[in-house]
Design a protein around this ligand. Sequence first.
Ligand SMILES: NC(=O)c1ccc[n+]([C@@H]2O[C@H](COP(=O)([O-])OP(=O)(O)OC[C@H]3O[C@@H](n4cnc5c(N)ncnc54)[C@H](O)[C@@H]3O)[C@@H](O)[C@H]2O)c1
Length: 441
Amino acid sequence: MKRREFLKSALVTGAGLLILPGGVRAGRNSPGNKLNIALIGTWGRGAAHFDAIASENVVALCDINEDHLAFGAKRFPGAKTYVDWRKLLDDHQALGLDAVVCCTADHTHAFIANWALNRELHVYMEKPLAISVEEARVVRTNWLKRKSKLATQVGMQRHANPNFNRVFELIRDGAVGELQAAYAWGNRQIRRPGYLPAQGAPPPNLHYDLWLGPSPDHPYNPGYFSGGPGANCLQWNMYWDFGAGQIGDMGSHTMDLLWNAVDAKLPTSAEAKGEKFNPEVTPVECESPANDWRGPLRVHWYQGGLMPNSPPNYDLKKIDHGAMFKGTKGFLVAGFGSRVLLPFGDNADMTYYKPRPQDKMLPPIGDFQKQWINACKKPSLKTACDFEYSGNMIEQMLLGLVAYRVGKKLEYDGATGRVTNVAEANALLRRTYRPGWTLNG
Ligand SMILES: NC(=O)c1ccc[n+]([C@@H]2O[C@H](COP(=O)([O-])OP(=O)(O)OC[C@H]3O[C@@H](n4cnc5c(N)ncnc54)[C@H](O)[C@@H]3O)[C@@H](O)[C@H]2O)c1
């Protein structure tokens, strides 16, 4: 029997005797119940995951920058190293891999998520989960098929702030009356005139072609790699071949605050207006269908310096990244860590609102990364930002970007993932990839 087939048959014995060749650690079936984890992207945001995964067996590391790979290997010297994540994932059986944590550039997220899920691996994916509507849908579908056995989480770690639960409870319990509209905004602006021009050759430690990965070719420029650790994404995420601008960046975090509180599903329409020359200014307005506790809702996203109108006697500009909920009795305004309730009008006497008793309050999430690790070991446990929740949220935002690009209001059928009224918009729901790269491999 070939080594690969042997490993496969040994692994499918499941609860039986698990025999692995020397050098492979036993993973989640071992007595210590540790996961065998691969970290893809081992510097920058990757380093923010070092402590969380150090409690497990880190068996493999991958980075397209060999200096960054060496940085990760210093912390996890026993791990096997790779520069191409496809090779790492192809080796998943030999590595005895259980799970992947991924901190690469955004244009590879959906690829790595799909490849890992298709190999039955748990995934923690940094935000945003995807940069096209099609990518979001394929990843979500792949996970939904396996949700009873695989744990997923998108790196929207602010979701673990107790404030997220408190905002949800206030909205759900009617502190603003009947919910009418919800707004989220972010004030980060990184304006660029276009892709960077060719400049020099990539240094020998950088596999630039692997960094480009599935995206169309763009000439090398050191500017894409000139940012500090954990902030280098701000050098490339405004370009649509590499990211989704603020929609994918702070939009992932800030729309999460809104999305969680209004319990939204896929939108029925999307519309966006902005300065034609600069995708940084892309306010998006979507219609979110009714759910079982509220009516249909208009959901708004503002960026690029634009803001929703402030409610009476409150200046929204006090909050860089926040959300506002407008109901029949008042407003709730929230940042990531705090909130303020603004009842308005003569009948906003609060008698309509009964705060929930302490024993009915939502329990704290605790450590966000740990929540995922625990769910990998026991998949009946839920994670807050799984690929269904996060996939729906980013699909809505990315549909907004398509609406911006065609300059028309789009009617959307979330069941089929098709725009029903503007034919040319459908071509923009997906990206074109370089030959040799398969989204759902
Ligand atoms: N959750 C958060 O609060 C938060 C904060 C910062 C960044 N992020 C996300 O983390 C990701 C990385 O951001 P960053 O600022 O660290 O970026 P970065 O450009 O520094 O990339 C991180 C690491 O990944 C490596 N890498 C890039 N593409 C790769 C590939 N295809 N295969 C293997 N390695 C690859 C880079 O060489 C680098 O070492 C982004 O998606 C960003 O949105 C999330």
